[in-house]
Design a protein around this ligand. Structure first.
Ligand code: ROI
Length: 159
């Protein structure tokens, strides 16, 4: 049985748009996984000053993988795209975050779902809202519409 999963993609190094396109085709080739839909790409300044601008997007996947197996696959993909984990929050060629995994609530040392910062980040919420109805109720009980209302579309450029 497959689960609908939402992945946040981000890059701010080495041709960010190209990194995202290449990541999307790699995601579609993952075992037991298919890409069902992809948002537009969005550009925005980094939340941390002094970094290059990011390109972000959200993809909907249907996967038969369990959450930690998917996380392993995403981290392998990040490494394939030349990501070097030099500093926490550092610039990165590719960042893949599990935002939602069906309606699961996961709180393990390696993986928290829903992604703990997603409700604060316009570059996650607005692309997600292209793929989910805003009346969608998130696993923590909040409506996507409420999250959007609390997180204005500021500084985002839809590409
Ligand atoms: N800023 C933007 N705009 N997009 C990101 O994906 C992103 N990722 C990060 C930090 C450094 C917090 N800032 C970001 O990890």
């Amino acid at each position: 049985m497959s689960t609908r999963v939402y992945i946040g993609l981000g890059s701010n190094l080495a041709d960010p748009d190209g990194q995202l396109r290449s990541a999307l085709s790699a995601l579609d080739q993952l075992a037991q996984t298919a890409v069902a839909a992809v948002s537009a790409f969005y550009a925005s300044d980094s939340l941390l000053p002094g970094q290059p601008r990011y390109t972000n997007a959200v993809a909907a996947l249907d996967t038969e993988l369990q959450p930690l197996a998917l996380l392993d696959a995403l981290q392998a993909l990040e490494n394939d795209h030349g990501r070097v984990r030099a500093e926490r929050w550092g610039p990165r060629t590719l960042d893949l975050d599990i935002l939602l995994f069906g309606d699961h609530l996961i709180d393990s040392p390696r993986l928290q779902v829903p992604h703990p910062q997603m409700h604060l980040r316009a570059f996650v919420l607005y692309p997600l809202a292209e793929l989910l109805p805003t009346e969608h109720c998130l696993p923590d009980g909040q409506l996507l519409a409420e999250r959007l209302a609390a997180c204005p579309f500021v500084g985002l450029e839809r590409l």
